[in-house]
Design a protein around this ligand. Structure first.
Ligand code: NAD
Ligand code: UDX
Length: 466
């Protein structure tokens, strides 16, 4: 099928590359010329395991193109994905201006033939109908230019009432760091819309994935496809993220109580997670949730509830537990070192989770800001950030090139991101290079006994029994 993906960031590029990998003919549109130049050369502008490989094979197979020309993308696609960002406004609402610009632009370029316009961006509930309205506005604007003498009067005129398109909400559930895997192995596909013609086309698009042709375990039953109305699909996305974020805040709260009563949250999480009604995922206590989705999506849902006269108390609490949790490492540093002014703190990891280069709303940023405020010197080592030279938003931190240089002269280390390689560093050597070998394990990632043997005073989150 012919597909156009507009907005090729973490979601759009993965979607476009994976759809071309399963056999579709894809045009990816982005208005960032630098990104498009990189992608045309077969290079991914983001770090995401497996993405460059499938991009390159799709380019070689001639099934993917990259352009800044939205008109070409709209003309090409029978399915048009909107996958631009919906960042948070200072009020907590979602900023939908990029979705609006793309929807309008689709309208102004819509040509003959039926099209499905797919909201892949996470958008406020009610956006499906709103996008439809904006596309119709775009068509009307184009018609005005068509009647202006000399302005392309020869182009085909499309009456607004006959515009042949439907809007579908197809929320995305991929996780950064395993985005390609998640796309080929989804737990479900959600399609919101009120046109069977549109949802049937979407089912056809996803059929190879639904049938597990590209799954790691091909013997699994088909991927469930849930067809709902537009608003329910939009709500499913927010509710899923809000539930997962709340689950983490819950375990973080339990961890804080564990710290006080002398229990170990990792054992507690195991014990409750074995109950199939609870499940063992997303019960890893630590320095809180961050990233480009949980914080903004929970806040947007709280805001929507407020708009409709309902106070989402549980979700507000999940947010406030998280705000406190994101500074738990600072509390533990103060307990261990007392005065932080003049001390040197080394951060192991900067990104909001491993296997991504994404720094959006990373807990490390809060920690750096507060350590700077208290007069501590901050150094950091991150497997991706240290290599890539990306330093946006990283003022007040010296980025080191390897973990041993990081440890040298530090009064304490804080493990901020659970990068796999941090499980096998030469901690014995690192402890010897430090002024004061304290390890605050912000992700309960390291083995406490091993760290003590390496010479560290080990402090986890909710592991005070250790
Ligand atoms: P992103 O910021 O990484 O990418 C957005 C892209 O859109 C950028 O490349 C930007 O240049 C481009 N863009 C902006 N305006 C444009 C325009 N007018 N025309 C063409 N391109 C334009 O965003 P993202 O992280 O990929 O998120 C996209 C959406 O998906 C958001 O709504 C987000 O909430 C949702 N989402 C994200 C994730 C995730 O893990 N990042 C997961 C699920 C859902
Ligand atoms: C999340 C959702 O999982 C995904 O379905 C959605 O599409 C986008 O948002 P992502 O932000 O990529 O994905 O990462 P995720 O693995 O969910 O982690 C989010 C944050 O929670 C990270 O900061 C992570 O460190 C933290 N986390 C996660 C915990 O603190 N404990 C856990 O047990 C799990």
């Amino acid at each position: 099928m012919r597909v156009c993906v507009i907005g090729t960031g973490y979601v759009g590029l993965v979607t476009g590359a994976c759809l071309s990998h399963i056999g579709h003919d894809v045009i990816c549109v982005d208005n960032n010329e630098e990104k498009v130049k990189l992608m045309k050369a077969g290079r991914s502008p983001i770090f995401e395991p497996g993405l460059s490989e499938i991009m390159q094979s799709a380019i070689e197979a001639g099934r993917i193109q990259f352009t800044t020309d939205i008109a070409a993308g709209v003309a090409h696609g029978e399915i048009l994905f909107i996958a631009v960002g919906t960042p948070p406004l200072p009020t907590g609402e979602s900023d939908t201006r990029y979705v609006e610009a793309v929807a309008r632009s689709i309208g102004t370029h819509l040509n003959g033939g039926y099209k499905v316009i797919v909201n892949k961006s996470t958008v406020p509930i009610g956006s499906g109908d709103w996008v439809r309205m904006i596309v119709l506005d775009g068509i009307a604007e184009r018609q005005k230019t068509l009647v202006t003498p000399g302005a392309g009067a020869s182009e085909q005129k499309l009456p607004v009432s006959d515009a042949d398109f439907d809007v579908v909400s197809n929320p995305e559930f991929l996780r950064e760091g395993s985005a390609v895997y998640d796309t080929f192995n989804p737990d479900r596909i959600v399609l919101g819309g009120n046109s069977t013609r549109a949802t049937d086309l979407m089912k056809k698009l996803y059929a190879p994935i639904v049938e597990r042709q590209f799954a790691e375990d091909k013997s699994l039953p088909q991927v469930p496809v849930l067809v709902t109305d537009l608003s329910s699909a939009e709500m499913i996305k927010y509710a899923a993220n809000a539930f997962l974020a709340t689950k983490i805040s819950f375990v973080n709260e339990v961890a804080n109580i564990c710290d006080r009563v002398g229990a170990d949250v990792t054992q507690v999480a195991k014990g409750i997670g074995l109950d199939s009604r609870i499940g063992n995922k997303f019960l890893q206590a630590g320095i809180g949730w961050g990233g480009s989705c949980f914080p903004k999506d929970v806040s947007a849902l709280v805001h929507t509830a407020d708009d409709y006269g309902y106070e989402a108390q549980l979700l507000k609490s999940a947010v406030s537990v998280n705000q406190r949790q994101r500074l738990i490492a600072l509390e533990k540093l103060q307990q261990a070192l007392k005065i932080l002014k003049g001390k040197t703190v080394g951060l192991l990891g900067l990104t909001f989770k491993p296997d991504t280069d994404d720094m959006r709303d990373a807990p490390a940023l809060n920690l750096i800001e507060q350590l700077n405020r208290l007069g501590a010197k901050v150094k950091a080592y991150d497997p991706i950030v240290s290599q890539s030279g990306m330093r946006d938003g990283l003022s007040g931190v010296l980025v080191e090139t390897d973990p041993e240089r990081l440890a040298d002269g530090c009064d304490a280390l804080v493990l901020v991101t659970d990068w796999k390689q941090f499980s096998s560093l030469d901690y014995g050597k690192m402890a010897k290079l430090m002024v004061n070998p304290v390890m605050i394990d912000g992700r309960n990632f390291l083995d406490p006994e091993t760290m003590v043997r390496a010479g560290f005073k080990y402090i986890g989150v909710g592991r005070s029994s250790r």
